[in-house]
Ligand binder design. Structure first.
Ligand code: FCB
Length: 461
């Protein structure tokens, strides 16, 4: 479905003074300076050194050099009148060994960067864990080892202490199903572990950390806005055959329910995913309670939808994804289907959970092959994508979904995990040779709509 200008402008009127427009980013994907000023290695620094793990042998050691360039990027975000900037703290930059001794130079960097945002009237939204586990902890089992719960709690408490005077908006984890699924089941993300025996304990400990992180922040910081983020995708059955419908329901539970339901006190979705029952081997008395903590907001991250079919050969799930390229539907360069309705359906579903009072789309965006023509980047496909997805978000909002913000992924082009640098998600282009930035047309488009939304605010007042 495509939205016309009039429809889009009408939907934009649903936003008011409290709506949080923003851009998202993360430490590992941008900072670089991977081993300078006392920083410890992360699992991604080590994973990137291994052969054939990252497309083209790329690595995040320099990335967009945000560690040194943060002022340039924050100035550009300010120029685009984007009032909120989401990024993450690198755990190994603060605690090089994951626990114990603090790295003051790392703390100083975040102090400088947060202060600069605030000086530019940009509110920082901070994710505590965006996948860059300290390698030292991984050597000790990482997310598989239950000790991570205590280390994580100490890290969160320290960040609250250090930055809580200036940071109000927090997200505990970024997309736990992705870092446990891709990192500890499929082995395609760091640390490259595979199989249920790695996945189940990793997911259980991440689910405890997600709840306990919220608890710690809420108890230490009274006026905070504490959430956590989830990667959600609308799941469709390949056919109306019972087998396919069942497979789609299982995949839906795995992708869309596994982490949010225990957090909201509903426990793990054992009914839909029977193989999950073995997680009980890693649970101890009282764990159900530790999984449950109501966040102030739910961070929804959505890019695409998935079509799922029964598959006898896929272990545990008996379900497989039929890739968008096979179905010959329009995709981005990530080969993710462009399907704006996905975000609408997801928002409606999340809003149906009684305990969810506020939702923020903490990531949505698209990678396309941008072309520089006469020093400019006219990324009309990205504008089209964002306009349609955003319209779907605002349509959901106009129907009562408590949507309080929308963040584009991403501020700048950056290091896209196992894909390396070829996917371009930024509103701001980065030349990775020269570190020169160019604001894309989509950036100016976003600026205009934020300005327009601010005017609506005056009309409403
Ligand atoms: C999400 C990640 C984010 C980015 C986008 C494209 O899954 O949270 O870091 O890579 O995808």
């Amino acid at each position: 479905m495509n939205f016309g200008d009039k429809e889009f402008n009408d939907l934009l009127k649903t936003t008011d003074a409290n709506f949080n427009w923003g851009v998202s980013s993360s430490a590992l994907q941008t900072e670089g300076s991977y081993n300078s000023e006392g920083k410890g290695l992360s699992i991604w620094d080590v994973f990137s050194k291994q052969k054939k793990k990252i497309n083209n042998g790329h690595h995040p050691y320099v990335a967009t050099d945000f560690y040194n360039n943060y002022k340039t990027d924050i100035d550009l975000i300010a120029e685009l009148k984007i009032p909120n900037f989401r990024t993450s703290i690198s755990w190994p930059r603060i605690f090089p060994a994951g626990n114990g001794k603090i790295n003051q130079e790392g703390v100083d960097f975040y102090n400088r960067m947060f202060d600069y945002c605030l000086a530019k009237n940009i509110t920082p939204w901070i994710t505590l864990y965006h996948w860059d586990l300290p390698y030292k902890l991984e050597q000790n089992g990482g997310w598989k080892n239950r000790e991570i719960v205590n280390h994580f709690i100490d890290y969160v408490a320290m960040c609250a202490d250090l930055f809580g005077d200036r940071i109000k908006n927090w997200m505990v984890l970024n997309e736990p199903i992705v870092f446990t699924g891709a990192g500890y089941f499929l082995g395609v993300h760091a640390p490259g572990k595979k199989g249920l025996k790695n996945f189940l304990p990793a997911l259980h400990h991440a689910a405890i950390c997600q709840a306990q992180g919220i608890r710690v922040l809420k108890s230490q910081l009274k006026n905070s806005n504490v959430g956590t983020t989830f990667s959600f995708s609308h799941i469709e059955s390949y056919s109306q055959k019972e087998k396919d419908i069942k497979a789609a329901l299982k995949a839906d539970a795995l992708v869309n329910k596994l982490f949010i339901e225990p957090l909201l006190g509903q426990g793990y979705p054992f009914k839909e995913i029977p193989f999950l029952q073995s997680i009980e081997n890693y649970m101890i008395a009282g764990d159900e309670k530790l999984l449950h903590e109501v966040p102030d907001f739910v961070g929804v991250q959505n890019y695409t939808k998935e079509v799922v079919k029964h598959s006898f050969f896929t272990p545990y799930l008996n379900a497989k994804i039929i890739p968008a390229t096979k179905r010959k539907v329009p995709t981005t360069t990530m080969q993710w289907e462009i399907f704006p309705e996905s975000i609408y359906r997801i928002l409606k579903k999340v809003a149906d959970y009684k305990l969810v009072k506020s939702i923020v789309v903490t990531e949505n965006g698209a990678s396309f092959a941008d072309e520089i023509v006469n020093g400019k980047i006219n990324d009309h496909q990205r504008i089209h994508f964002l306009k349609n997805y955003l319209s779907m978000c605002l349509k959901a909002k106009s129907e009562g979904v408590p949507l309080d913000g929308y963040f584009v992924w991403s501020a700048t082009d950056n290091f896209e995990w196992a894909e390396g640098y070829y996917p371009k998600f930024g509103l701001i282009h980065v030349d990775f040779e020269t570190q020169k930035r160019i604001i894309k047309e989509s950036g100016f488009w976003y600026k205009n709509l934020i300005t327009q939304s601010a005017k609506n605010k005056h009309e409403i007042l």
